[in-house]
Design a binder for this molecule. Structure first.
Ligand SMILES: [Zn+2]
Length: 331
């Protein structure tokens, strides 16, 4: 027969177990440490072990140039006074949401705005050499931002769309450390500096500027050059429902702004850094099914050179060739 004393021990123990379970469930039962990306395929095998997972290395050589891939046509409703942005710490990252009257959409044409933006969030590193989820020709960036859209033509909300084929479209942007501040983080700094944001569940609001435009503030200036492929959510349960667009040109972020991200905490109070999933194979070996194709909208040569720089190179080459010819004739 159990004594009153041992009974209360059992109660205390079950309460402790329940509290621990609750803490791990609150964060989804996964993290970027002990239950990190290298365990997700085993912990969430249904999708995280799939063969169309994200992120991947965006290899310019592997990607096929496809001129049929057009950039999206963007639309944003005007911002009335009172529209607010909310930043929240969900225990894995910070996520930006906005008042429902602000509508941010995109589609193949101005008339067909089939995607509605639901949130924006970021992944970042402990140092400037890591933090992005995708890599560009094996290069990691200090951070990566994901503007997440759901297919609002076919689904009522993001929860319904997230697990469906053609449910989501995400725009990915690389951040490179620079002497210059990032304009979007500049707008969010007041909220980002708020101490309530440091711990899981914390949130902070900031009023939106009436001339704020998500696309011009978040995306790089060169919106013509990007990669496109079919992939997945980069966090459990890794639904394979995302049409990815990742821009080739990185945007600047200052060291000071990155520090504002790195001071946040995970659910276990440790520093929120390195909250990224490393790249997975575009086509894992020995898997059945149609191989995935990575597309790009730009030609493989002359990486990162603007047209003006290209013509300068052309002029120098022409001058060199002319010089050679001249020498040859002289000889
Ligand atoms: Zn993400």
């Amino acid at each position: 027969m159990a004594s009153a004393g041992s009974k209360s021990w059992v109660t205390m123990l079950s309460l402790l177990v329940a509290a621990q379970l609750q803490a791990s469930l609150a964060a989804g039962g996964w993290d970027y440490g002990k239950n990190g990306p290298n365990r997700w395929a085993e912990l969430f095998p249904k999708f995280c072990a799939g063969d169309k997972q994200s992120p991947i290395d965006l290899s310019t050589q592997t990607a096929l140039q496809n001129s049929l891939i057009r950039k999206y046509v963007f639309h944003q409703s005007s911002i009335a006074a009172g529209v607010k942005f909310t930043l929240k710490n969900d225990g894995h990252k910070i996520e930006l949401n906005w008042s429902p009257e602000l509508s941010i959409t995109m589609g193949q044409t101005a008339a067909d705005q089939m995607y509605t933006a639901a949130q924006l969030h970021w992944h970042w590193g402990s140092s400037d050499q890591q933090g992005s989820e995708h890599t560009l020709d094996k290069k990691s960036y200090a951070a990566e931002g994901h503007l997440v859209f759901y297919n609002s033509k076919d689904y009522a909300n993001i929860s319904m769309a997230a697990s469906r084929p053609n449910g989501l479209a995400v725009l990915g942007v690389f951040y490179e450390v620079s002497a210059n501040d990032n304009p979007l983080f500049k707008d969010l700094e007041k909220a980002l500096a708020n101490d309530t944001l440091i711990n899981m569940g914390g949130a902070a609001e900031v009023a939106a500027r009436t001339d704020f435009n998500m696309f011009s503030t978040f995306l790089p200036s060169n919106q013509d050059e990007f990669f496109r492929y079919d992939g997945s959510l980069t966090t459990p349960v890794c639904y394979e429902s995302v049409l990815w667009t990742v821009y080739r040109q990185a945007v600047p972020i200052s060291a000071r702004q990155l520090q504002m991200l790195r001071r946040l905490h995970y659910s276990d109070n440790s520093s929120m850094v390195n909250n990224f999933r490393p790249p997975l194979p575009l086509n894992p070996g020995n898997r059945p099914g149609t191989p995935r194709t990575l597309y790009r909208t730009f030609s493989a040569g002359a990486a990162g050179l603007a047209p003006s720089a290209l013509s300068t190179v052309g002029l120098i080459l022409a001058a060199l060739l002319a010089g050679r010819l001249f020498v040859a004739v002289e000889l």
